[in-house]
Design a protein around this ligand. Structure first.
Ligand code: GCB
Length: 568
């Protein structure tokens, strides 16, 4: 179960760590065995590495962006640091925001945890392993791609390695509130169904309150699993008494959960997202999704975004007139969703089940569920999140995929059935025009379609031939785009020019607009991003489909999309 840290005081372990690249994995097997420990501790020993004298790197950070010569490195990098314990809590947890891709956590020579999956948070209790002073924390960070990984061997983005989100210590009482879920529904009344998980021997009395609405409810135990007790309760309010969360007016409320020994707060909003025919409704009203896709990347920092990077993203989104963002192709920092809550931006969040995943492998299926769980439990209180996307461009002819993906859609709904489940698929070309034949479609609430008519195939505007079915599921064009090098000008027919890209946008947006069943789009993509598979002279290691380049310089298509959204 996810460890809630949102409203809590934590001690940060961010800052300068030591990084020791280990491409031959020569330290891996003997890191803490009897032979090596003296080497680690004796500064005069003939050691090839010492835990205190790696290359200094900043955490959060991506290794390749910080160590000259390691830009495209994929493999093991040991990360180490020492810390003193400063809290007086009964229990202490170590929490990582994200480590790409596998993390092996050692504290004072004791192996505590291996975590696979590069974009979701994880934590481990260290109460029995921690000392008051001079704790040695060693994290093996391995970003080598693997056949049985999620993602697997091929992606159209760079595999930045590192501890690229914050590391914190969280001290708690013996029994504490581990996590909270607030599910809201909106009809004649507004309901908040609150679930709390209490970790520890004495759950005692627990209640939930929404001070801004003068509402309170005791939570009753309804399940117990070892040390974890689940409690639930409901608050029902008159619709007139609540200001709903909506992109035009993103009202937020605090929900407080208090046990006898602990208390946490969740900042959330009341809203409902539903499908009716081929419309998506927010609080019962049909809404058009004016979106854009983005990767989590900042020039020179990889995926380790600063607060300034996040501000900048939301400024661009506001300038474009968007009310919707696709956070592709993996979970972005939780700060994006918190900010989207405040700004009234709807989100599509996704796990990196991208292209060729080994869906038949049971361990991969478990890893898939784990990644869905870690994302959904992290963000299920964010009113901005409207869609959970379970996959991107997976093969509709693959029978194993067609069995496993519906299971993952059900799993996402089991965790949270107040959002819509989607996946990015393709159109099928038939004699009558474009159609939705992918068997996955019937298991989705909303169908995402990636289409590049006018770039990879066909002509911009071919989407017009879609066999519109006003009773079919809502469709979002989750990708459409063309490459252009910033500053490269020419004729509208010349690929890689800004003019070509702008013309592509004009045609494609008009075609998308003409199809009833399409309720929105997240064109590909806000800014250029690193991709080792893109090496032509215009690309040189970057996917150039951005509306901005990697330095934030606008291409002409930026204003085409802005005019489309702001001045239709
Ligand atoms: C896609 C992928 C996306 C790529 C994009 C492209 O369909 O989903 O990850 O970056 O196309 O630029 O080709």
């Amino acid at each position: 179960m996810y460890l809630h840290t949102e409203s809590r005081e934590t001690t940060t372990l961010d800052g300068t760590w030591q990084a020791i690249p280990d491409p031959y994995r020569s330290f891996q097997d003997g890191w803490f065995d009897d032979r090596d420990v003296p080497l680690l501790e004796d500064p005069h020993a003939p050691a090839d590495y010492t835990v205190d004298d790696g290359f200094p790197v900043e955490v959060p950070g991506c290794v390749g962006e910080q160590l000259p010569g390691f830009e495209y490195y994929e493999g093991m990098v040991w990360h180490t640091r020492r810390f003193d314990r400063e809290d007086n809590g009964d229990r202490l947890f170590l929490r990582f925001g994200a480590v790409n891709y596998e993390a092996d956590v050692w504290l004072n020579g004791e192996h505590l945890l291996t975590h696979e999956g590069g974009y979701t948070p994880f934590s481990v209790e260290i109460t029995d392993a921690v000392s008051r002073e001079d704790n040695l924390l060693v994290v093996g960070v391995d970003n080598e791609r693997r056949e049985d990984g999620i993602p697997a061997m091929q992606t159209d983005w760079f595999n930045f390695g590192g501890i690229f989100r914050s590391v914190d210590l969280l001290a708690t009482p013996e029994t504490f509130v581990r996590n909270v879920k607030v599910e809201t529904s909106v009809d004649e009344t507004v309901t908040a169904s609150i679930t709390a998980w209490i970790d520890g021997p004495e759950p005692g009395d627990v209640h939930a309150a929404i001070p801004g609405l003068g509402a309170e409810v005791p939570l009753e135990p309804d399940d117990s699993d070892g040390a974890l007790t689940r409690l639930t309760g409901q608050i029902t309010l008159d619709r007139d008494d609540v200001e709903l969360w909506h992109p035009d007016d993103p009202r937020l409320y605090d929900v407080c959960v208090e046990s006898e020994s602990d208390a946490v707060e969740v900042r959330t909003g009341f809203r409902a997202v539903d499908v009716e025919g081929s419309d998506i409704l927010v609080n019962g009203e049909s809404i058009e999704f004016r979106g854009i896709s983005m990767h989590e990347e900042a020039a020179g920092r990889g995926r380790a975004l600063t607060p300034g990077d996040i501000d900048q993203r939301f400024e661009w989104v506001a300038e474009l007139g968007c009310n919707f963002v696709r956070l592709a192709h993996y979970p972005h920092t939780a700060a994006m969703a918190r900010r989207a809550d405040e700004e009234g931006i709807l989100l599509w969040e996704e796990v990196p089940a991208y292209w060729d995943i080994d869906f038949g492998d049971k361990d991969v299926q478990e890893l898939y569920r784990q990644q869905l769980r870690e994302l959904i439990q992290r963000d299920w209180n964010r009113p901005s999140v409207a869609l959970w996307s379970i996959a991107n461009e997976t093969d509709p002819e693959d029978e194993v995929r067609n069995r496993v993906l519906p299971e993952m859609a059900s799993f996402a709904r089991e965790l949270d059935d107040t959002r819509l489940v989607t996946a990015a698929c393709w159109f099928d070309e038939t004699d009558d025009g474009l159609a939705l034949l992918d068997p996955l479609v019937e298991h989705l609430d909303v169908v995402g379609i990636n289409e590049y008519y006018g770039w990879y195939v066909g002509d911009a505007g071919d989407v017009r031939s879609f066999v519109d079915d006003p009773t079919g599921p809502p469709v979002i064009v989750s990708e459409t785009g063309a490459g252009a090098k910033w500053g490269n000008h020419g004729d509208e027919d010349d690929r890689w020019t800004e003019e070509f890209q702008a013309a592509y946008y004009r045609e494609s947006l008009e075609a998308i607009e003409s199809v009833e069943q399409i309720v929105g789009a997240t064109p590909w993509i806000l800014f250029d991003f690193k991709s080792p598979r893109r090496m032509n002279p215009h690309q040189r290691g970057y996917n150039r489909k951005g509306l901005l380049d990697e330095h934030g310089r606008k291409k002409r298509a930026f204003s085409v999309l802005r005019d489309h959204y702001c001045d239709p």
